[in-house]
Write a protein that binds this ligand. Structure first.
Ligand code: FAQ
Length: 315
């Protein structure tokens, strides 16, 4: 009897999804759908928070006041994105402290891209242009995700990411039009960030274990390879426009079908970084753990204040 009821609930749930009706926190949902969302949204939240570190590294060394103000605002935006996303996981019943502890223990994943170092100022341009550019390509379809709170959070996030992408492209444009040394610095940043940016879209469709189910549930609207291809289509002409060269000897425009073809991603490098063996994985987690320890007194003070106020109210 119970099985029949569950399959009826599942049928209605899938019917809603098929009709593009949003699933809201109090609606019935299959446990696997809930777990998939908690996994993806929490990894996304961790990426936003860890993603503050590579750019935070350059706030004190921005070349002028305007650049510094813009970078500071961008890094703060990323913190805001992380907070919306942690809140979205809470609507699914996840505990925020446990979610964050999973990041600090190394159990939870975050985007591979943030495990690469930011060596020069041009890296701020490359991150805005390529990393935020890839993030937008992935996140615009998430505005139509079947889960309401995630989809709505993505609307504002995408608007902000769009500003981030433009400020990065502006930095790259200026450097590419600058002195030969500045242009070389921009080219070097593109060389180092191009392939890791392509890896952000995740494993190839053949190796992606979650895509088929997530597409059926309309959590994902496109496959990893589809989004990666779109990113290449949009970004290669931008590089050409500012006189930079995409570091891929196999890249070519196929006149017959109107699409770019590009070289093979180094999947061994990708999985090594995902497993924790990238150039900065250890530094990134150490920095997050240290931030939690350093903020302990603030949380203790806030809790003590809240307890005192509650006691005063009930007296
Ligand atoms: N890095 O079966 P799939 C940003 C994992 S936000 C690390 O294809 P799925 C803003 C994946 O989790 C950037 N791990 O998985 C910003 C899974 O592991 P699991 C983050 C990766 O979920 C800009 C396994 O591989 N954006 O940049 C990666 O269907 C500048 C198998 O993969 C999001 O999180 C990777 N690149 O597709 C901030 C967007 N790729 O959980 C600061 C939302 C895959 O089974 C500065 N997420 N894995 O152990 C998504 O769209 C999806 O989760 C994908 C992966 C597309 C990332």
């Amino acid at each position: 009897m119970r099985d029949i009821n569950i399959s009826e609930l599942e049928r209605k749930f899938q019917e809603k999804i098929d009709n593009d009706v949003k699933i809201e926190p109090n609606d019935w949902m299959p446990e696997e759908y809930r777990q998939t969302l908690i996994r993806q949204i929490s990894q996304h939240a961790h990426s936003e928070i860890v993603g503050m570190l590579p750019e935070g590294n350059w706030i004190t060394r921005a070349p002028n006041l305007r650049r510094k103000a813009v970078l500071l605002a961008k890094v703060q935006d990323e913190a805001g994105h992380g907070l919306y996303l942690y809140s979205a996981t809470e609507t699914l019943g996840a505990d925020r402290e446990e979610t964050i502890d999973d990041l600090h223990s190394g159990k939870a994943k975050y985007s591979s891209i943030f495990n690469y170092p930011t060596l020069t100022w041009a890296d701020m341009g490359a991150i805005g242009w390529l990393v935020d550019g890839a993030a937008i390509m992935n996140q615009v379809p998430l505005c139509r995700c079947s889960y309401g709170p995630y989809a709505r959070a993505m609307v504002r996030v995408c608007k902000e990411e769009s500003f981030h992408q433009r400020q990065g492209f502006e930095i790259m444009t200026q450097l590419a039009q600058g002195t030969p040394e500045q242009k070389a610095m921009a080219q070097d940043a593109l060389n180092r960030f191009w392939w890791p940016a392509l890896m952000m879209f995740g494993p190839s469709d053949a190796d992606s274990k979650h895509t088929a189910q997530s597409v059926q549930w309309k959590i994902k609207r496109h496959t990893n390879d589809e989004l990666r291809q779109q990113f290449v289509e949009v970004t290669v002409p931008q590089a050409e426009l500012i006189g930079l060269t995409v570091p891929d000897k196999d890249l070519k425009f196929n006149e017959a079908n109107g699409h770019y073809e590009f070289g093979e991603i180094d999947w061994t490098e990708f999985w090594e970084v995902v497993k924790g063996n990238g150039p900065c994985n250890k530094d990134r987690l150490d920095a997050r753990r240290k931030a939690k320890e350093n903020g302990m007194w603030v949380r203790e003070a806030a809790n003590a204040f809240a307890a005192k106020r509650a006691a005063r109210k009930s007296a």
